[in-house]
Design a protein around this ligand. Sequence first.
Ligand code: GDP
Ligand code: MG
Length: 297
Amino acid sequence: MAKAGLVKGLAKTKQIIAGGIGKLLRSGRLKEEELDKLEEVLITCDIGFDIAQEIIERVKRYTGSAEEGVKEKIISVIKDYLPNVRCKFEMKGNPHVVLMVGANGTGKTTTIGKLAYKFRQEGKRVLVVAADTFRAAAGEQLQKWAERAGVDFFGNPKAKDPGSVVYDALNGAIARGYDVVFIDTAGRLHTKLNLMNELEKIKKVSARVVPLAPHDIWLVLDASFGQNGVIQAEQFMRKVGLTGIVLAKIDGTAKGGVVVSILKKYGIPICYLGTGESIGDLSEFDLDEYLDAVFGD
Ligand SMILES: Nc1nc2c(ncn2[C@@H]2O[C@H](COP(=O)(O)OP(=O)(O)O)[C@@H](O)[C@H]2O)c(=O)[nH]1
Ligand SMILES: [Mg+2]
């Protein structure tokens, strides 16, 4: 069973699916003429045109047990179609350093606030670092989230170079024994080479202070960008390397199908879904729960 927060967060995507093929999902057999409707619904949820077609082909060929209903069949086909990538968070350093990257306004700072809260609740000592030196307000926004989450904040409003902020922050983090450090970076488009190089520099500086840091690099995507976000994922993966994706604002869109696209095209694990603007609106991503929430009753 999917969790309540996830079900609520995926309500818009679910609405499209239930509205389009709700009756069909509850039935026992899938007729040829109903496949078009299924394909249309998958495309409306931004699963991607090619992927929708491939899934339909597989549904046609699928021979499961006779007891299985249409819903179970579709879920089986999608699970079988996707690579088995799971995001499993593991502490890999002292501190464990997480670099958050992404375009402007996707939800990086908000997500760090939510993650800081979650990790603190799990008993970890958390530090959040403002390495966005472009906007003065960026540090203040992160600081407010740190207060809400009950974790410590590091920032230097006078700094011009995010690398130097990260250097100081991580040295301090070692000295003071933090378990997890989240580094918030300025929003950047994957097309801006100088800004992508800046991320490279932040990575190098991190590794100089903490061995093998950053241990995780998470890309925050705005779910409402749908297929456009998928393109960003590819570029960030190539240029910076990613260990996971956070799909924020899934609550505001019916484009929940983008989850399937990301997993299929790049095999980058999706780690979390942002399901609202409050501190608790974050779900750990689990494919079974996700499919259950989207196709479930
Ligand atoms: N509905 C919703 N809004 C979100 C979510 N995550 C972030 N936001 C909103 O998106 C806007 C931009 O977020 P912010 O964290 O400042 O993005 P950043 O520029 O990437 O740091 C803010 O208004 C947030 O409240 C989410 O999961 N759901
Ligand atoms: Mg920000």
